[in-house]
Design a binder for this molecule. Structure first.
Ligand code: HEC
Length: 126
């Protein structure tokens, strides 16, 4: 079956191309996301110790308002959210739209900055 064999070859080629493209892109996103974090988030979300905001180490996949000892707002505690990449994106795009009454007020309006930031947050494993 020459037709399907070449289709398969084309598919394999396309997938390999995607994988090659994804590697360097992701590393770039993380580096840019680290810059966004340093300039926009780190003054409150410190990476060691307790800051004005809760620690964001391990935040991707964590339930909202889950860190023991941090005085979260009632609004965030009642949100029932889990910090999936999509929810983080919505939160940082408009915290008070997603969670009316939250004490987190910082907005990142550029979608590329948000994507890079979330790629970086995903590297902050416990
Ligand atoms: C001016 C201080 C401040 C800055 C800057 C700030 N935050 Fe926050 N952030 C907070 C506070 C305070 C809370 C707790 C909100 C609440 O309890 O409603 C919070 C909560 C959060 C949460 C929820 C964490 C959890 O444990 O549920 C996320 C996610 C978050 N911030 C992300 C970010 C990101 C990303 C940035 C940078 C773009 C950022 N924040 C910048 C103060 C800040």
């Amino acid at each position: 079956m020459p037709a399907s064999a070449s289709d398969r070859a084309a598919t394999v080629g396309a997938v390999a191309g995607l994988l090659l493209a994804a590697g360097p892109c992701l590393a770039q996103d993380v580096a840019k996301g680290s810059d966004v974090f340093q300039s926009r988030c780190s003054q409150c979300h410190v990476l060691s110790g307790v800051g004005q905001g809760p620690s964001l180490i391990g935040v991707v996949g964590r339930r909202a308002a889950a860190l023991p000892g941090y005085p979260y707002s009632d609004a965030l505690k009642a949100s029932g959210l889990t910090w999936t990449p999509a929810n983080l994106d919505a939160f940082v795009q408009g915290p008070t739209n997603l969670v009316p009454g939250t004490a987190m007020r910082v907005v990142v309006s550029d979608p590329n900055d948000r994507r890079d930031l979330i790629a970086y947050l995903a590297t902050l494993e416990r």
